[in-house]
Design a protein around this ligand. Structure first.
Ligand SMILES: [Zn+2]
Length: 131
C-alpha cells in the first residue's frame, strides 16, 4: 500500500467514524424527542389504568332506563312495509326517542300502513353507571 492509498484509507476511516458519531448523536436526539412524546402518553395510560381499577373495584351503580322496541305484526317481514321492518331492526331504543318512517320523518309507533298490526313493547333496561 503506497502513501497515497494509506492516506486515502485513513480519510475514509475518519469519515466513517464521523458518520457513526453523527448517527449516535442523532439517536440520542431522537430518544430525547421520543421521551417528550411518550411522557404524556404514560400519564394517559396511568389514568386509564386507574379508571379500570376503579371499575374493577365495583365503583358503579345500576340505573334503569325505559326502552321500547317495534314488534312486527302478524305479517312478519313479508307482510310489513319498509318502515316497520327498519324500525323493528333497530331493536331497543330509549323511550324518548322516535322511530323514523321510510321518508325519514319521525313516527311515534305503529300503525305505519293500512292493516299494520305491529305493536310497541316496553321494558326497563338495567344499565351500569360508573361513579
Ligand atoms: Zn307494521
Amino acid at each position: 500500500m503506497g502513501i497515497f492509498q494509506r492516506r486515502e484509507a485513513r480519510g475514509l476511516l475518519t469519515k466513517r467514524i464521523q458518520h457513526r458519531r453523527l448517527r449516535r448523536v442523532g439517536t440520542e436526539a431522537a430518544l430525547e424527542n421520543l421521551a417528550a412524546v411518550v411522557a404524556p402518553l404514560v400519564v394517559v395510560e396511568a389514568i386509564n389504568e386507574l379508571a379500570e381499577l376503579l371499575e374493577a373495584k365495583g365503583e358503579y351503580y345500576y340505573d334503569y332506563e325505559n326502552v321500547k322496541r317495534w314488534v312486527l305484526g302478524a305479517g312478519g317481514r313479508s307482510g310489513n312495509c319498509e318502515t316497520c321492518i327498519e324500525n323493528a331492526d333497530q331493536e331497543w331504543i330509549p323511550d324518548d326517542d322516535v322511530f323514523i318512517d321510510s321518508s325519514g320523518d319521525p313516527i311515534d309507533g305503529p300503525p305505519a300502513h293500512p292493516n299494520c298490526t305491529c305493536e310497541l313493547e316496553y321494558k326497563e333496561k338495567r344499565v351500569r353507571v360508573y361513579a
